[in-house]
Design a protein. Structure first.
Length: 108
């Protein structure tokens, strides 16, 4: 399973490179690499959610869907915004819950 974490981004990087060699579109290359970097970063940061297992599993599914949306953008050139924003939304919701659950906040 751990080899997939390394292998899948490398496959997408190779796919991005092949599409760039065919089309020569530097803008699509940079956007594709930024999307891939964002998805990989959110998947790494998602490990802080392990304390809430259902939210962690939701985040992992959202990351997988965002990864597929990145591949779709590389191949078709169309964004699927909801799929790309879903991991960020789960991360922000977790951080909101942690902030609310903090004991050092003043009570009202």
């Amino acid at each position: 399973m751990k080899f997939l974490v390394v292998l899948l981004p490398l496959i997408v990087i190779a796919l991005i490179y092949m599409i760039f060699r065919r089309d020569g579109d530097i803008k699509k290359l940079l956007v594709s690499l930024a999307l891939l970097l964002g998805v990989v970063s959110l998947s790494i940061m998602g490990n802080i959610m392990r304390s809430i297992i259902p939210m962690f599993l939701t985040h992992i599914v959202a990351v997988a869907i965002a990864y597929l949306a990145t591949i779709y953008y590389v191949l078709r050139g169309k964004f699927i915004w909801l799929a790309l924003v879903a991991p960020l939304a789960t991360m922000l919701f977790y951080l909101f819950l942690v902030w609310i659950g903090n004991e050092h906040l003043p009570s009202f």
